[in-house]
Ligand binder design. Structure first.
Ligand code: ATP
Length: 307
């Protein structure tokens, strides 16, 4: 926790409000931080739940110090920690639109609702109800790739890249979040790997074959997961592999299978995803190459819903 000493926030400066979501360690709440000499600031507060094991507290603080060491437009900003009396708290920048999966699914609902005149759809203005554009999907993908490029350059492997771990702020900018599984693999050492000995809960549907088989994680395995995230983007939040249970997915990917895309996915989406899903990690594009491609082809990812 030494690395966090400079980030201590006074618990009394926090006015904690409603729940934003549920995390592994406890719940995430909205709060306003009022520190002397600074304007009030909306933050998200992650709490370690009461009665957590010391190992969990260690992981919680590890996540906080990972986040504290990062500084990028597309990575959720770390604000500070509260220690001392009461449960440890981790403060982050608040992302107004919440997680990307919910953001996408709301838009899918609006698209379907617009077609069926669904009276129960969320009540939003005309602009909100607009069909999600290829330009927006492609920008979101580019921002996620940009975060991954930054992490790769710092030798950090995220290991849990997926829509539900991205957040969307008030300006609709994507912020990569949830660094609970992130590991340092070397200082900008391209191709460095993290070999995992412990078999815990892993996001099988987003995992590269080498991670499933050998527990090996690298910036290239994050790129595989990015390809799966691209399918979540174009399908507006469909679950990868549909209703398949994780064990079936594991077998299928081990045997050379790739995540499915809807039949009407456009050729650029298919081409991009297929590059990310190359069997050999060293043959996948780097995150920087993905950024460059998505910047030049600003409408590469088009909505393609499963019917
Ligand atoms: P898991 O590992 O199960 O995904 P976690 O413990 O890492 O959970 P998060 O995913 O970080 O927890 O947070 C849980 C939920 O809380 C998110 O899905 C999101 O809806 C909400 N949330 C988290 N951080 C923020 C934030 N900075 N701004 C707005 N909402 C947030």
């Amino acid at each position: 926790a030494g690395a966090l000493a400079g980030y201590l926030v006074d618990r009394d400066a926090l006015a904690v409000d409603g729940r934003l979501g549920e995390g592994r360690f406890g719940c995430v709440r909205f709060a306003v931080l009022r520190e002397p000499g600074a304007p009030p600031r909306p933050v998200a507060v992650k709490a370690l739940r009461e009665g957590a094991a010391p190992a969990e507290e260690g992981e919680f603080l590890r996540e906080a110090s990972t986040l504290a060491s990062l500084d990028h437009e597309n990575v959720i900003r770390f604000v500070g920690v509260c220690a001392g009396d009461g449960p440890p708290l981790m403060l982050m920048e608040h992302a107004f639109f919440g997680d990307l999966l919910a953001y996408l699914r709301t838009r899918r609902h609006l698209v379907e609702g617009a077609a069926t005149e669904d009276a129960e759809g969320p009540c939003l203005g005309a602009e909100e109800a607009a069909h999600v554009s290829a330009a927006e999907l492609t920008r979101l993908a580019r921002e996620a790739a940009s975060a991954l490029g930054y992490l790769a350059g710092r030798g950090v492997v995220h290991r849990d890249v997926r829509a539900s771990n991205c957040l969307v702020d008030a300006r609709r900018t994507l912020k990569l979040s949830d660094f609970g599984l992130a590991r340092q693999v070397g200082a900008g050492d391209d191709g460095a790997e993290y070999a995992c000995r412990r078999r815990g809960l892993f996001p099988v549907l987003w995992m590269a074959p080498e991670s499933l088989k050998d527990g090996v994680f690298s910036s290239a395995s994050d790129v595989w997961s990015f390809g799966v995230l691209a399918t979540e983007l174009v399908t507006l939040g469909a679950r990868p592999f549909g209703a398949w249970p994780p064990l079936r997915v594991l077998q299928y990917v081990n045997d050379g299978g790739q995540p499915p895309l809807p039949p009407d996915a456009n050729p650029q989406t298919r081409a991009l995803a297929t590059l990310c899903w190359r069997r050999r990690p060293e043959q996948r594009p780097s995150a920087a190459e993905l950024v460059a491609y998505l910047a030049t082809n600003a409408r590469a990812l088009r909505p393609a819903l499963w019917r």
